[in-house]
Design a protein around this ligand. Structure first.
Ligand SMILES: Cc1cc2nc3c(=O)[nH]c(=O)nc-3n(C[C@H](O)[C@H](O)[C@H](O)COP(=O)(O)OP(=O)(O)OC[C@H]3O[C@@H](n4cnc5c(N)ncnc54)[C@H](O)[C@@H]3O)c2cc1C
Ligand code: SF4
Length: 498
């Protein structure tokens, strides 16, 4: 029986990556994978690579504190940058640089940024709700954050509801639980029912922040809820998401997995009347703030997709390495394809970094990315990694998808045949060629294609979500005016205000 007398019970102060891994053990969570209850996820070969990827955020803070830590005014101490409240555009730029580095080191989604962007948006949204309604959310938020920073925890972002029929609002759904809602309130707190889908690092976190996934109307008031829920709360069920080729992690040897050390994680988290004490409730019914909350979250998070440039750096390196091993690296079209991959990757980077440099200050005092450039960044991310992957597959050759298994290389009859016929350039062992082909396969078709491709497409909103924001911000009338002035066209007074 799980008990959580206080929301912080069982969450230690985490200093190192190893402390972090230990903090995930023995939590007795109700986790399901392949139809069975998973008693201890930490050592499961399918789960562990995702923990390793997140652990890197702790390791990097020790190895490179300038990049991955910052001074917190809240607790007057250095904190992991993944828990730092952004105090300036420079903080956002530093965040983006750290994210690129994390992508380079792991080659996958390292799962900690959605939580970081959640805490950023909550600073200003709680402040703004209090200013309008006289509530006390901001002080609660600051108390929560001080403790989160002291303990150096991981916060998962539970935004996406299952959403049922996409043409209907939350209160119109045939099943009212398809969006998360408050089902009961009492003197101690409130109770939520529903589910949060695709939760990145859902199982590798200490708290989940539940929040609305879209704008809410007066009729959706019970759906306009934000709260911090510890993973050990009563009533939570975690159902682990499958990833392409995930069973390779169960095989002997580390070659066929492609990237055996690091992977992403997505979980469906079901909330069966889960209690949230008032102290951890940060919105309850202020439906008119839901849309602004989502908009601010996406401004932060869509620039965070700069993470994919770190993975892009790995892809460029992998493509160049395999071309070299194949003896094709001197060909001009190979160099040109590497240039094209780099150009696409740096285009993503430039939009993210520009978005952070152009951040503006909010009423609560913190800074938020430029929304237009953040949306452009994320929209680039929905496309360019696919083209970068296509070029990497081009340079890899067909062996990337026809390469026999590691077991066949170990077989006494087939092993020597494979070593003879799959030799590339003679100065490199066949194993190096296999490893590089498997890495490209992993990132473009296998487990980490989730992180490099499909997450790039849908994470932080599918492409149309960015196009809507770009449409809202593109100020086409101003641009018509610019063009008409230069063309010598008199402004038509009837058009004013259209
Ligand atoms: C790998 C991965 C990690 C993720 N991590 C997180 C996370 O940590 N936390 C979190 O909260 N979310 C997370 N997400 C969720 C992500 O934000 C959603 O996948 C995204 O918002 C799209 O929602 P959906 O998957 O329900 O797709 P859908 O909403 O079903 O969209 C599918 C298609 O339908 C279109 N569509 C949808 N609704 C409408 C409509 N009303 N009218 C017209 N067209 C419509 C969309 O534009 C899209 O083309 C993650 C997703 C992925 C894939
Ligand atoms: S997709 Fe990128 S920004 Fe989002 S959590 Fe993963 S690594 Fe971070």
């Amino acid at each position: 029986m799980r008990t959580a007398t206080s929301s912080w019970d069982g969450i230690p102060v985490i200093k190192t990556g190893d402390d972090y891994v230990e903090s995930l053990r023995g939590r007795d969570l109700d986790v399901y994978l392949f139809g069975d209850r998973l008693v201890e996820p930490v050592d499961h070969p399918i789960v562990r690579p995702s923990i390793n990827a997140l652990k890197m955020s702790y390791d990097l803070a020790i190895a490179d504190p300038e990049l991955a830590t910052a001074h917190s005014d809240l607790i007057d101490a250095p904190v992991n940058r993944f828990l730092h409240i952004v105090g300036s555009p420079a903080d956002l730029v530093a965040k983006n640089k750290m994210q690129r580095r994390m992508g380079q080191l792991t080659g996958t989604c390292f799962q900690r940024c959605a939580g970081l962007d959640t805490i950023s948006v909550l600073h200003s949204i709680t402040y703004d709700i209090d200013a309008k309604h006289g509530t006390h959310y901001h002080a609660r938020y600051l108390r929560f954050m001080a403790e989160a920073q002291r303990r150096n925890i991981v916060i998962g972002a539970g935004m996406t509801d299952p959403k049922g029929d996409r043409s209907k609002r939350p209160h119109e759904q045939a099943d009212p639980d398809l969006f998360m809602r408050v089902v009961k309130r009492d003197a101690e707190g409130l109770y939520v029912r529903g589910a949060k889908a695709h939760m990145t690092g859902g199982l590798n976190s200490h708290f989940i922040c539940v929040m609305p996934t879209m704008n809410m109307t007066k009729d959706d008031t019970d759906y306009a809820v934000v709260g911090m829920v510890p993973l050990t709360a009563e009533g939570l069920t975690y159902i682990y998401g499958r990833q392409s080729c995930d069973m390779r992690a169960m095989e002997d040897g580390d070659i066929d997995a492609g990237n055996a050390r690091f992977g992403g994680q997505e979980v469906l988290v079901v909330f069966d009347d889960v209690f949230i004490p008032w102290e951890h409730v940060l919105m309850d019914g202020e439906h008119e703030f839901a849309q602004e909350m989502v908009a601010r979250f996406t401004s932060y998070h869509r620039a965070s997709y700069v993470c994919k440039t770190g993975l892009g750096d790995v892809m460029v390196g992998a493509a160049a390495s395999i071309a070299r091993q194949n003896g094709a690296d001197h060909a001009s079209h190979i160099k040109d394809k590497l240039v094209e991959m780099t150009h696409l990757n740096e285009t993503i980077y430039s939009s993210a970094i520009a978005s952070s440099h152009e951040a503006t200050q909010l009423e609560s005092g913190i800074f938020m990315n430029d929304s237009m450039l953040a949306n452009v960044c994320k929209h680039n991310v929905t496309r360019y990694p696919y083209e970068i992957s296509r070029l990497a597959q081009d340079l890899a050759g067909g062996l990337m998808v026809t390469l026999p298994s590691d077991a066949d290389f170990k077989n006494p009859k087939t092993g020597p045949l494979l070593d003879k016929y799959l030799q590339g350039r003679s100065n490199r062992p066949v194993e190096d060629r296999r490893r590089m082909l498997r890495l490209i396969e992993n990132m473009t078709l296998g487990r980490n294609a989730v992180g490099y491709l499909t997450e790039s497409l849908h994470g932080a909103g599918s492409p149309q979500a960015q196009r809507i924001q770009i449409l809202r911000g593109m100020e086409v009338d101003k641009k018509i005016d610019l063009a008409e002035r230069l063309a010598g066209i008199e402004a038509d007074p009837k058009d004013a205000g259209e």
